[in-house]
Write a protein that binds this ligand. Structure first.
Ligand code: MN
Ligand code: MN
Length: 269
């Protein structure tokens, strides 16, 4: 542990080389930072906790190539180093591929986490178009490699037959929007939160590559986060992924991302 233990670190991951449909999320870290610091909102989370930039460190963007295979090691190494120093890590994607190397880094540092995952998609494909590192596959890799204790999904509304088999195979707790009652299961131990903003309805988050109608409200996602806080859950890491500034309208979706950043930083304090 270092003297920075407990102090949140923010890491930009400007990578969209694993996106299957559109590029764009590589520019999300800078878009989210811009609106976070634009002065239109203050730095207080809804929980009554101020996340003043003086109390956390933005480490800037990792220098990543366009190859997912080549991005695994630098992402995992950066996250592992921060976790070994006892620091919570909030990553700004990037497409959802990045969560796989992040979890490798957590596991290398000894974290045994439950993943709380918001997404329209289960992202459990064994492969997509022959690509096992596609942004549609990260949770298949994570569960195969035993990088998480549990995977709990919210916002899901695109499940295929194959992905239902994967949910069964890996014991994923998948709460599809169609039948979700708003509750969050009890969780023991540390948590990693991953928010793919396409889990929200496109009405709330239009700046994403895959518009999937029928999603969560911003408030429902905030409720999940605040429920974790209310239970005193330890959040050791989190990411906000799949914001696509090329598709955004007046930075609306970047602002949703910035809102989640503020609330997640509050959960890490
Ligand atoms: Mn996803
Ligand atoms: Mn998605």
């Amino acid at each position: 542990m270092s003297d920075l233990a407990g102090r949140p670190a923010v890491l930009g991951l400007p990578f969209d080389g694993a996106s299957s449909f559109l590029r764009g999320p590589a520019s999300a870290p800078s878009a989210i930072r811009r609106v976070l610091h634009a002065g239109s909102a203050n730095y207080w989370s809804e929980l009554g906790i101020e996340v003043d930039p003086a109390d956390w460190d933005d480490l800037g963007d990792l220098d990543l190539s366009d190859s997912a295979a080549e991005a695994i090691e630098p992402i995992a190494a950066a996250v592992a180093e921060l976790r070994r120093a006892g620091r919570p890590v909030l990553s700004l994607g990037g497409d959802h591929f990045v969560t796989y190397p992040i979890l490798r880094g957590l596991a290398a540092a000894g974290d045994r986490v439950t993943i709380v995952h918001v997404d329209a998609h289960p992202d459990l494909y064994d492969e997509l178009d022959g690509d096992r590192l596609s942004h549609a596959c990260p949770f298949a890799r994570i569960m195969e490699e035993g990088l998480a204790e549990r995977l709990i999904q919210f916002g899901i509304r695109t499940t295929t037959g194959h992905q239902r088999e994967q949910i069964e195979r890996f014991g994923v707790e998948c709460f599809e929007v169609r039948t979700w009652d708003g509750s969050v299961p009890e969780i023991d131990g540390p948590v990693y939160v991953t928010i793919d903003v396409d889990g929200l309805d496109p009405a709330y988050a239009p700046g994403v590559s895959h518009h999937e109608p029928g999603g969560l409200t911003t408030r429902e996602v905030l409720d999940v986060l605040h429920t974790l806080h209310g239970r005193g859950v330890e959040v050791v890491g989190a990411d906000v992924v799949e914001v696509n500034p090329d598709r955004d309208i007046h930075d609306m979706t970047a602002m949703v991302g910035a809102k989640f950043v503020r609330e997640l930083l509050a959960l890490m304090r």
